[in-house]
Ligand binder design. Sequence first.
Ligand code: ARG
Length: 463
Amino acid sequence: MANKTSNQMWGGRFAAGPDAIMEAINASIGYDQRMAAQDIAGSRAHAAMLAATGVINDSDAEAIREGLLTVLSEIESGTFQFSTALEDIHMNVEARLKELIGEPAGRLHTARSRNDQVATDFKLWVRDQLDATEAGLLALIRALLGQAEAGADWVMPGFTHLQTAQPVTWGHHMMAYVEMFGRDLSRVRDARTRMNECPLGAAALAGTSFPIDRDMTARALGFDRPAANSLDAVSDRDFALEFLSVASICAMHLSRMAEELVIWSSAQFRFVTLSDRFSTGSSIMPQKKNPDAAELIRAKVGRIFGANTALMMVMKGLPLAYSKDMQEDKEQVFDAADSLMLALAAMEGMVRDMTANREALAAAAGSGFSTATDLADWLVRVLNLPFRDAHHVTGALVALAEKKNCDLPDLTLADMQTVHAAITPDVFDVLGVENSVNSRVSYGGTAPTQVRAQIAAWQERLG
Ligand code: ARG
């Protein structure tokens, strides 16, 4: 274990050990132990490469390999004793390896530094999160497609400014989120491709004079290639920042959807009923069924945005290459990743389980003069009015309906002709919401034919 007076890993030139405050500010083991599996994978790849290139002998490499497996199983079973004096996961693992196998453990750090080690471990950890995000997004997209398919032709009001605008279909609304989360999916994949270069072998900052094989370690750890510049390799945290920015945009989408679920599940809207599994009750008001999961998703995005900003602040202005500031990269990313995974899973569960109230959606679709644009378009198409005039005439008809306290289809032909004498009875065809949505067949429009085509395209894409 650690020497009481000076650190066994770097204490050669030190006469005294650190002050307790120094130890407290310096230690990262409290959180970077989450990268234990990645650290051991990196060390195993490094040791195997050192043996293959003749830098260490095979029996030492074998002792290291077996020792590392023991360390991993101790960590996984919870028996490992983490030490703050040993600062971080790298030195904790190496010190335990020394206890287990003795002298060969000291050869593992040949041609390596904690700088390339931590960059590698952290990249592997973030890469796993990108993979988990991809899986979470795919599950959510599938749940949305299920909802869209079930209600491809159900009518509901479409909103702008949260005011009734034009009727749309439930399927169309669900598919809007599929597009949003689909872009998140493509950003995740794009970030993963770009980040997949291995820092290991960059050593402290300048590379090494040992005859290492960086292609071998890169391959062993599932990277596409070794990072090409050793200074950049140890000081690059773009991969973590890209994860956080991808996560932020995705979280922003999640919060928008969460907000709609909060509104839609209210007694005033009743557009959806959330399942009991994804709702909570009130301890005082027996009638309540609260959309807590949606509210927490809406709130959790703040932590993700915060992490993104925090890491930007850590990295800004840092000179090349490694600075200890960069140890502050991890906690934020860990917290943001945990929040994102939970939010994605909760959203998927809510979407999968929720019931759209077809009747309430249809009733709302027909109110608020939602087919006024269809009426204006009819005046253009049939009476050949310029659109601006048609807009004006329609406005007068809406005002008339408002005065009579009814909706547009409830006006009589005579009522309408007081506003414009040339209006004919077939105007009523376009005032129904079904006709309205069925007519919007332009590419990407809300007509069920369009929606079904988009659903099919996505199902094909997802395979
Ligand atoms: N715990 C450190 C970190 O997270 C590891 C790298 C330490 N490197 C150093 N030169 N002190 O960044």
